[in-house]
Design a protein around this ligand. Structure first.
Ligand code: SAM
Length: 278
């Protein structure tokens, strides 16, 4: 049983979650000190086994064997919904592959709460979890994302971010996705200092360049504007202009791929089609 736990406010631990934990033979958790603290407040003494990125793959087959033998397991994260930027996927996959029936007690999730409070279109939305921590890979990831938007994706984007990286992440997003994109920074959800700050990526980046962010944070970014998502027309226009300017088909495709963030192979294929049509 996958059991969601609070993301800050202990009042969000549901009666069903408590019952599932009480009924379990074993509680799989990220950090037994965190989960132990949560359970102690409910006067529950549980057998806990830590499950994290470093041991999940090795533990999964053994745990599935124990499930098949009839032991009742629950999986919890330190906070929120298991598997969502947290351990559990490999175990769930192994259990499904072994024909073990799994279920869940749904509950708190920071991404969905931030999305619903953001004031941005709630669907479609794309949950991206944490961007790479280092500047180079983060810029590359945002460029890739922008390329997918150029190809037609129009969805609200939801990210997790650490407070000490918020300012640089927002600056990179403003640069990579566009400073005018509407966005929201949701902080300390369900806690005493809960705050949702809404504005353009550029204005949020400017704000957090001077104000230190504390606590836990989600960033929500509104969908790419229509003209960015239109994609195909823009690619065609750029290709035609490049080839009319004397570029070879291959060079035109390379230059348009670079400008739009699209895959060179895809742009080249389109350039060939346009070449055939002329
Ligand atoms: N599984 C969790 C969930 O369902 O939300 C997320 C786990 S992930 C390791 C932790 C990240 O979630 C934090 O770094 C932060 O970005 C986000 N987060 C968790 N709790 C939050 C809260 N109370 N307010 C805002 N963001 C939160």
């Amino acid at each position: 049983m996958l059991v969601a736990t609070p993301i800050g406010n202990l009042g969000d631990l549901s009666p069903r979650a408590l019952a599932a934990i009480r009924d379990a033979d074993v509680v799989l958790c990220e950090d037994s000190r965190v989960t132990g603290g949560l359970l102690a407040r409910q006067s529950i003494a549980a057998t806990m086994i830590p499950l994290h990125d470093h041991n999940e793959a090795a533990q999964a087959p053994r745990l599935v064997e124990r499930m098949k033998a009839g032991e009742r397991f629950v999986l919890v994260s330190d906070a929120g919904t298991p598997l969502v930027s947290d351990p559990g996927y490999r175990l769930v996959r192994a259990a499904i592959d072994a024909g073990v029936t799994i279920s869940a007690v749904p509950g708190p999730n920071a991404a969905v709460m931030a999305l619903s409070l953001s004031g941005l279109p709630p669907h479609p939305f794309l949950f991206l979890g944490f961007l790479p921590a280092r500047g180079g890979p983060r810029t590359a990831e945002l460029k890739r994302l922008r390329g997918i938007e150029h190809a037609g994706l129009s969805a609200t984007l939801v990210f997790y971010e650490a407070p000490h990286r918020l300012a640089e992440a927002l600056a990179a997003m403003a640069e990579g996705l566009g400073p005018d994109r509407p966005a929201a920074v949701a902080r300390e959800l369900t806690k005493r200092f809960e705050e949702v700050r809404r504005g353009s990526l550029g204005s949020l980046a400017a704000h957090y360049a001077t104000v230190e962010a504390r606590g836990e944070i989600c960033i929500v970014v509104g969908p790419a504007p229509e003209e960015a998502a239109a994609g195909a027309d823009e690619v065609d226009a750029r290709l035609r202009a490049a080839m009319a300017g004397g570029m070879t088909l291959r060079d035109a495709a390379a230059s348009v791929a670079e400008a739009t963030g699209l895959k060179r192979r895809d742009v080249y294929r389109r350039a060939l089609e346009l070449g055939d049509q002329s």
